[in-house]
Design a protein around this ligand. Structure first.
Ligand SMILES: [Zn+2]
Length: 177
Protein backbone atom coordinates (compact mmCIF):
# COMPACT_ATOMS: atom_id res chain seq x y z
CA UNK A 1 0.00 0.00 0.00
CA UNK A 2 2.83 2.44 0.76
CA UNK A 3 4.45 4.25 -2.14
CA UNK A 4 7.70 6.16 -2.53
CA UNK A 5 9.03 8.40 0.20
CA UNK A 6 7.98 11.97 -0.47
CA UNK A 7 9.77 15.23 0.20
CA UNK A 8 8.60 16.69 3.49
CA UNK A 9 5.79 19.23 3.09
CA UNK A 10 3.84 21.27 5.62
CA UNK A 11 0.46 21.46 3.94
CA UNK A 12 -1.01 18.13 2.86
CA UNK A 13 -1.76 18.35 -0.90
CA UNK A 14 -4.86 16.22 -0.38
CA UNK A 15 -6.77 17.35 2.69
CA UNK A 16 -4.92 20.59 3.43
CA UNK A 17 -3.90 19.57 6.96
CA UNK A 18 -1.10 21.78 8.31
CA UNK A 19 1.33 19.47 10.10
CA UNK A 20 5.00 19.57 11.09
CA UNK A 21 6.87 18.10 8.12
CA UNK A 22 8.01 14.49 8.21
CA UNK A 23 9.84 12.33 5.72
CA UNK A 24 8.23 8.98 5.13
CA UNK A 25 5.97 6.83 2.98
CA UNK A 26 2.68 7.86 1.40
CA UNK A 27 0.00 5.94 -0.48
CA UNK A 28 0.57 5.04 -4.14
CA UNK A 29 -2.21 7.22 -5.55
CA UNK A 30 -3.98 8.88 -2.61
CA UNK A 31 -1.84 12.04 -2.64
CA UNK A 32 -0.88 13.16 0.87
CA UNK A 33 1.96 14.59 2.89
CA UNK A 34 3.98 12.00 4.84
CA UNK A 35 2.88 13.61 8.14
CA UNK A 36 -0.77 13.25 7.18
CA UNK A 37 -0.30 9.63 6.11
CA UNK A 38 1.36 8.89 9.45
CA UNK A 39 -1.80 10.15 11.23
CA UNK A 40 -3.98 7.96 9.04
CA UNK A 41 -1.97 4.80 9.67
CA UNK A 42 -2.08 5.52 13.43
CA UNK A 43 -5.89 5.75 13.31
CA UNK A 44 -6.07 2.51 11.29
CA UNK A 45 -3.77 0.68 13.71
CA UNK A 46 -6.25 1.23 16.53
CA UNK A 47 -9.17 0.15 14.35
CA UNK A 48 -7.45 -3.06 13.26
CA UNK A 49 -6.86 -3.99 16.89
CA UNK A 50 -10.46 -3.43 18.06
CA UNK A 51 -13.32 -5.41 16.42
CA UNK A 52 -15.80 -2.91 17.88
CA UNK A 53 -14.34 -0.30 15.53
CA UNK A 54 -15.09 -2.24 12.31
CA UNK A 55 -17.86 0.08 11.13
CA UNK A 56 -15.77 3.07 12.16
CA UNK A 57 -12.82 1.69 10.22
CA UNK A 58 -14.79 1.72 6.98
CA UNK A 59 -15.67 5.38 7.48
CA UNK A 60 -12.03 6.25 8.19
CA UNK A 61 -10.85 4.63 4.97
CA UNK A 62 -13.60 6.24 2.89
CA UNK A 63 -13.08 9.70 4.40
CA UNK A 64 -9.33 9.59 3.94
CA UNK A 65 -9.61 8.34 0.35
CA UNK A 66 -11.93 11.13 -0.79
CA UNK A 67 -9.81 13.77 0.95
CA UNK A 68 -6.75 12.54 -0.99
CA UNK A 69 -8.23 12.15 -4.46
CA UNK A 70 -5.23 12.94 -6.65
CA UNK A 71 -5.90 14.79 -9.92
CA UNK A 72 -7.93 12.20 -11.79
CA UNK A 73 -5.12 11.52 -14.25
CA UNK A 74 -5.29 7.79 -13.52
CA UNK A 75 -8.38 5.62 -13.83
CA UNK A 76 -7.78 4.17 -10.36
CA UNK A 77 -8.01 7.71 -8.91
CA UNK A 78 -11.37 8.24 -10.60
CA UNK A 79 -12.70 4.93 -9.34
CA UNK A 80 -11.29 5.35 -5.83
CA UNK A 81 -12.93 8.73 -5.33
CA UNK A 82 -16.25 7.68 -6.81
CA UNK A 83 -16.48 4.39 -4.98
CA UNK A 84 -15.45 5.79 -1.61
CA UNK A 85 -17.96 8.63 -2.03
CA UNK A 86 -20.63 6.04 -2.86
CA UNK A 87 -19.71 4.13 0.30
CA UNK A 88 -19.95 7.30 2.40
CA UNK A 89 -23.32 8.03 0.83
CA UNK A 90 -24.65 4.55 1.61
CA UNK A 91 -23.33 4.46 5.17
CA UNK A 92 -24.27 7.99 6.23
CA UNK A 93 -27.57 8.34 4.41
CA UNK A 94 -28.76 4.78 5.12
CA UNK A 95 -27.93 5.35 8.75
CA UNK A 96 -29.88 8.59 8.69
CA UNK A 97 -32.78 6.65 7.18
CA UNK A 98 -32.78 4.21 10.10
CA UNK A 99 -30.65 1.35 8.77
CA UNK A 100 -27.92 0.37 11.25
CA UNK A 101 -24.36 1.40 10.49
CA UNK A 102 -22.07 -1.49 9.61
CA UNK A 103 -24.89 -3.96 9.02
CA UNK A 104 -24.24 -7.01 6.86
CA UNK A 105 -26.61 -5.57 4.28
CA UNK A 106 -24.38 -2.52 4.01
CA UNK A 107 -21.35 -4.71 3.33
CA UNK A 108 -23.21 -6.51 0.56
CA UNK A 109 -24.34 -3.22 -0.94
CA UNK A 110 -20.83 -1.89 -1.01
CA UNK A 111 -19.37 -5.02 -2.57
CA UNK A 112 -22.06 -4.90 -5.23
CA UNK A 113 -21.33 -1.27 -6.05
CA UNK A 114 -17.68 -2.12 -6.60
CA UNK A 115 -18.64 -4.19 -9.64
CA UNK A 116 -19.80 -1.03 -11.41
CA UNK A 117 -16.83 1.21 -10.68
CA UNK A 118 -15.81 1.32 -14.36
CA UNK A 119 -18.84 3.54 -15.00
CA UNK A 120 -17.72 6.25 -12.55
CA UNK A 121 -16.74 9.71 -13.79
CA UNK A 122 -14.09 12.03 -12.34
CA UNK A 123 -15.53 14.37 -9.72
CA UNK A 124 -13.64 17.61 -9.07
CA UNK A 125 -12.75 17.74 -5.36
CA UNK A 126 -13.81 20.60 -3.07
CA UNK A 127 -11.28 23.36 -2.49
CA UNK A 128 -10.94 22.61 1.21
CA UNK A 129 -12.02 20.19 3.92
CA UNK A 130 -13.54 21.24 7.22
CA UNK A 131 -12.25 18.27 9.28
CA UNK A 132 -9.16 16.18 8.50
CA UNK A 133 -7.37 13.17 9.94
CA UNK A 134 -5.21 15.67 11.86
CA UNK A 135 -8.33 16.47 13.93
CA UNK A 136 -9.07 12.79 14.54
CA UNK A 137 -5.62 11.34 15.23
CA UNK A 138 -5.24 12.88 18.72
CA UNK A 139 -8.28 10.82 19.80
CA UNK A 140 -7.19 7.55 18.17
CA UNK A 141 -7.61 4.62 20.51
CA UNK A 142 -9.42 6.69 23.12
CA UNK A 143 -13.09 6.75 24.14
CA UNK A 144 -13.93 9.40 21.51
CA UNK A 145 -12.39 7.52 18.60
CA UNK A 146 -15.63 6.40 16.93
CA UNK A 147 -17.44 9.70 17.49
CA UNK A 148 -14.56 11.69 16.04
CA UNK A 149 -14.39 9.48 12.95
CA UNK A 150 -18.15 9.76 12.40
CA UNK A 151 -17.92 13.57 12.66
CA UNK A 152 -15.01 13.49 10.20
CA UNK A 153 -17.00 11.34 7.75
CA UNK A 154 -20.10 13.54 7.99
CA UNK A 155 -18.06 16.72 7.45
CA UNK A 156 -16.25 15.15 4.50
CA UNK A 157 -19.47 14.05 2.84
CA UNK A 158 -20.85 17.58 3.35
CA UNK A 159 -17.70 19.08 1.79
CA UNK A 160 -18.43 17.07 -1.36
CA UNK A 161 -22.00 18.42 -1.56
CA UNK A 162 -21.55 19.68 -5.13
CA UNK A 163 -21.51 16.04 -6.22
CA UNK A 164 -24.16 14.56 -3.89
CA UNK A 165 -26.73 14.33 -6.68
CA UNK A 166 -24.30 12.51 -8.97
CA UNK A 167 -23.31 10.04 -6.25
CA UNK A 168 -26.90 9.41 -5.14
CA UNK A 169 -27.97 8.83 -8.74
CA UNK A 170 -25.04 6.47 -9.33
CA UNK A 171 -25.78 4.50 -6.16
CA UNK A 172 -29.49 4.42 -6.96
CA UNK A 173 -28.89 3.18 -10.50
CA UNK A 174 -27.15 0.01 -9.27
CA UNK A 175 -29.26 -0.56 -6.18
CA UNK A 176 -32.54 -0.02 -8.00
CA UNK A 177 -33.58 2.80 -5.69
ZN1 LIG B 1 -3.96 14.82 4.14
Amino acid sequence: MAGNDQTAARICPGCGADLDPEVGPTHNYMTSSPACYTRFTAVLAHEYSDPALLATHRLSVDSYAVQHPGNGAERRMVQSVGLHLARLCVQLEDHAAGRPRGAEATNAVMLGLGQHKATLEWLEPPARFEVTVADVAPYAGGPEHAARVIAWAEATWADWSAHHDYVRDWVGRWLGR
